[in-house]
Design a protein around this ligand. Structure first.
Ligand code: ADP
Ligand code: MG
Length: 372
């Protein structure tokens, strides 16, 4: 994911190309006067409109990743809300970091096979989002993937690929249907020993919604928030611009973009097998697992989800990466304001498929990129 405030379009035809052919003096004069009129009206509008303030950009690390919050406000006005955002993010990390044995999620994982674990309101709320994600994606998104992440070497390094028997043993401890939730007492119990919850697939998207809500409450819009590639754009665009511009990264050549999406009032998240992967016995293992087969997904190259809620774009990009276009179509139909860009094909000929509500966003996604 790549964010940038200025909507330059690299895919338009250069003006010079269109000027080839007859170059009469009259044409040059006409062009010059058009340019002068354009320049004049630009200067006129610049004089009438007060200069946009420089954005306040706050960057810090969170969730073993980065956070970048951009606001078009004075630093003094932004400061209290920014402090609240960093505090909320730190608190969420303390709650959900399964690798820290003292985090609430790690304590739940250690205890819930024996007895029901009573959740804090914060953890309970995240788990409700995870239950909804599981139901909406027919199990393609499942926070009980913990044992599978372990068996594929994401918790402790391993030198050999897991055997099918190991994978089947892990699968016996996977499936949100095997977790008993008490909706009155707000407790969680594992019905099978060996289960473990992993909120890594939605924590950043959930956190994004919290941050966007804090900024909206403090009347700090327009705002652009990037939490480790989960991007939220306020409904109000940046000063002097019609929308934010979010780049869709080329999963085959991650330093390049395949296109740009003009976005307001939406969040954007991309999943792919290019970001976090490990290599065992020469085989590349992506960090997204198909929870119903127990195997890492190697399917489509990348999925970008655009949707109003941050938790949904985080969940949907992962789930559609697992389950494919049919799920994208179902989600786009049932969740208003949702759309997807699926990237497949090969490095030389990436293929883009658009699904759902992107048309209203005046999609400028490029045709398959010409490689430099
Ligand atoms: P991406 O941005 O590539 O989607 P995320 O960080 O959002 O990556 O999600 C990947 C993480 O989610 C993995 O590292 C793992 O912790 C967890 N995960 C892997 N597979 C699934 C799945 N099928 N459902 C839910 N969570 C998953
Ligand atoms: Mg995700």
């Amino acid at each position: 994911m790549n964010t940038e405030p200025a909507p330059a379009n690299p895919f338009s035809t250069p003006a010079s190309a269109r000027l080839e052919g007859r170059r009469s003096r009259a044409l040059r004069l006409a062009l010059l006067s058009v340019a002068l009129v354009a320049l004049g009206s630009l200067l006129w509008s610049a004089r009438r409109r007060p200069a946009a303030p420089d954005p306040v950009v706050r960057e810090f690390s969170v969730f073993d990743s980065y956070a970048r919050i951009t606001l078009w406000s004075s630093p003094e006005r932004a400061e209290p809300a920014l402090r609240e955002c960093t505090a909320v993010l730190a608190e969420l990390h303390r709650t959900l970091n399964r690798f820290d044995p003292s985090s609430e999620l790690a304590r739940l994982n250690a205890a819930a096979a024996g007895q029901a674990f009573a959740c804090s309101p914060q953890l309970w709320d995240v788990l409700q989002a995870a239950r909804q994600a599981y139901a909406q994606t027919a199990g393609a998104f499942d926070i009980t993937v913990g044992p599978l992440m372990a068996v594929w070497g994401f918790h402790r390094k391993r030198d050999t690929l897991p055997t099918e028997a190991e994978i089947q043993a892990a699968l016996a401890c996977v499936g949100l249907a095997r977790v008993a939730f008490d909706d009155t007492a707000h407790t969680v119990r594992f019905t099978v020993a060996g289960m473990s919850l992993d909120c890594g697939g939605l924590a950043k998207g959930y956190a994004l919604d919290r941050v966007l809500a804090i900024l909206a409450r403090a009347h700090l819009e327009p705002a652009l928030v990037d939490l480790g590639g989960n991007v939220g754009c306020s409904t109000q665009p940046p000063p002097g611009r019609p929308h934010f511009v979010i780049g869709v990264r080329n999963p085959f050549a991650t330093e390049t973009l395949l296109g740009r999406l003009p976005i307001v009032g939406r969040t954007v998240s991309t999943s792919g097998n290019y970001e976090r992967r490990i290599i065992i016995q020469g085989k590349e293992i992506g960090h997204i697992i198909e929870p119903r087969t127990g195997h890492p997904v190697s399917g489509p190259a990348g999925v970008t989800a655009v949707t109003p809620r941050g938790v949904d774009s985080d969940v949907f990009s992962t789930a559609v990466y697992v389950a494919g276009k049919e799920l994208a179509e179902a989600l786009a139909e049932h969740v208003p304001g949702t759309g997807f860009v699926l990237v497949s094909g090969s490095p030389d000929a990436p293929e883009l498929t658009r699904v759902g509500d992107l048309h209203r966003l005046e999609d400028t996604t490029a045709p398959p990129a010409r490689r430099p």
